[in-house]
Ligand binder design. Structure first.
Ligand SMILES: [Zn+2]
Ligand SMILES: [Zn+2]
Length: 246
């Protein structure tokens, strides 16, 4: 499978680049993972939004869903003149009823609820959920490409939880919330580079991608702090338009 980073800033867009969003492709199936600010424009550089097969949303903070409405409008308005496009499934949790309802738009999209701890199938992927530590209900995903057994972990937004270690066991890639530098450990909203590195090491992951990055501070220092924990493996800073083959 191929993972492309569309946006990676934490909280708000900056320097012409957007917030959390990824494209995951396998066998011409296109899964859009979170729809942060400025991500629809970034998505268009890689795939036509009309060709998105499913959307998966971790939680309803603005920096993860800002472009969902304009994505629905794109499918609705272009769908009038173009070939009929199928109703796109948008997977999200239903613990926030008001936001969950917005996933459904007549003839355009349908919200499909997932539950805590559930495993479900989306196209070529099997997806397991884990509730994270965050001020609003938020879910991490363990995404397995069924035909290869390759594993992508997306921590979504979270403070550090020991349960990330078993959840991320033997992952090929961990996309880890790394919003803070060393010294902010045990925060209740986001993780530090040290905690990201610790999870990757203890889970025996192959690759760690630091994402949901802070706008202030030296990102090379952030990376170095993660590498102190996860020294023998590769640590990558998320970067717009970077594609990683998993
Ligand atoms: Zn966020
Ligand atoms: Zn959040």
């Amino acid at each position: 499978m191929e993972l492309t980073i569309l946006g990676y800033w934490g909280g708000y867009p900056s320097k012409n680049e957007g917030t959390t969003s990824y494209l995951l492709e396998s066998d011409s199936f296109h899964l859009w993972l979170d729809a942060g600010s400025a991500s629809l424009i970034a998505l268009e550089n890689h795939v036509d939004p009309m060709d998105i097969d499913a959307v998966l949303i971790s939680h309803y903070h603005h920096d993860h869903v800002a472009d969902l409405g304009v994505f629905q409008f794109t499918r609705q308005l272009r769908g009038i003149g173009e070939k009929r496009v199928p109703i796109v499934p948008i997977y999200g949790h239903a613990e926030d009823e008001e936001n969950f309802k917005r996933l459904t738009m007549e003839r355009v999209s349908k919200g499909i609820p997932y539950q805590e701890g559930e495993t479900f199938s989306v196209g070529p992927f099997e997806i397991e959920t884990m509730k994270t530590l965050h001020p609003v209900p938020c879910f991490a995903f363990r995404i397995t490409e069924v035909k290869t057994g390759k594993i992508l972990i997306f921590t979504a937004d979270s403070g550090y939880l020991e349960s990330f270690i078993s959840f991320s066991n033997e992952a090929d890639v961990i996309l880890c919330d790394t919003n803070f530098f060393r010294g902010m450990e045990n925060h209740r909203v986001h993780m530090t580079a040290v905690e990201a590195g610790r999870i990757a090491k203890r889970a025996h992951a192959k690759k760690l991608v630091l994402t949901h990055l802070p706008q202030n501070g030296d990102l090379e220092l952030l990376k170095a702090q993660a590498m102190e924990e996860f020294e023998s493996h590769s640590v990558i800073l998320a970067k717009k338009d970077l594609t990683i083959t998993i």
